[in-house]
Ligand binder design. Sequence first.
Ligand code: PLP
Length: 360
Amino acid sequence: MAHLFVPGPVDVAPEVAQAQTKPMLPHRSPEFEALFHACEQRARALFFTQYRVFISASSGTGFQEAAVRNLVRPGRRALVGVNGAFGKRWREVAATNGIPVDAVEAPWGQPLRGEAFAAALQARDDYDLVMVVHNETSTGVENPLAEIAAAVRSTRPEALIAVDSVSGLGGARVEMDAWGLDMVFTSGQKALALPPGIALAAVSDRALERAREVPHRGWYFDLLRLEKHRLKDSTPATPAVSLIYALDVQLDRILAEGLENRFARHAAMAQKVQQWALARGFDLFAAEGFRSKTVTTVTNTRQIDIAALNAYLQEHHGMRIANGYGPLKGQTFRIAHMGEIQPADLDALLAAIDAFLQAA
Ligand SMILES: Cc1ncc(COP(=O)(O)O)c(C=O)c1O
């Protein structure tokens, strides 16, 4: 039974947790290389890509940094969509790496739209990279990625598109190749339902070609170095071996469920929480039509004490939800429905919240 309804880290299936206890392997061994190869090949399905997938011993933010370090040539700029905390963070990641960066902004709760990216790309001709957060975990907005990518492709075909789908991938559809995306990354501890500490990034050939023109890509997240080692079924530095055991088991579980079934399960759970919130007199923070499949941000129109609700859920049911993110704390609360969570788990959570509301 799920008990973590927070947007990561999430509950991990017992057999996935158990897989981590297998004896270690040296990473420069044929056994490890075979395992790594099998994981990398199957992981491509998650991204709907024919390209390669890098598996990193880091959380997802590492790949936010990799995108800005590898995909912007000297003298060129990056453009980032900002409609929540994680777009804002990515802008900061670019700026702190010395990458000139501009933003396409939308109010928190509203989606980023293709036409705004097209207008920004028409205004300047020196953008090398467009960065988009697919699923804004801070607001519960799913940005219309296919629309944004199409707008970028038709306005500046030479600009690369990097996507943070840290809290979307595996629960919501991201079709990297069909949508013309160049880099898509995610973290293990969200919709993939792995323990934290592992991140996956799919990268196109075009992106690797661009990286060749960038002299100072750093070391740990140098995409060309990662590629050189991936071609030998390995990594430049020590991989998180136990997490790769877990990934191996979890990939089988995800592909056995089937991605289409998984997307349908997540969409149905999002609907369930949305309907519950509206029926209880709450509002939904994310604009209609752009609501996340993996996390719902409920506007606290009833002004309930969210800390007290969470304390009640923990004490009586061993469950947790998330308060609002940053400036939205107290004004919103977030119910995650990703990874291993099943509709019946949500029914149990919502019944427990109802009991709290009736007692209040
Ligand atoms: C959309 C998004 N991007 C980036 C991050 C940072 O990911 P990590 O903590 O795996 O580095 C998060 C974490 O919640 C996120 O939700």
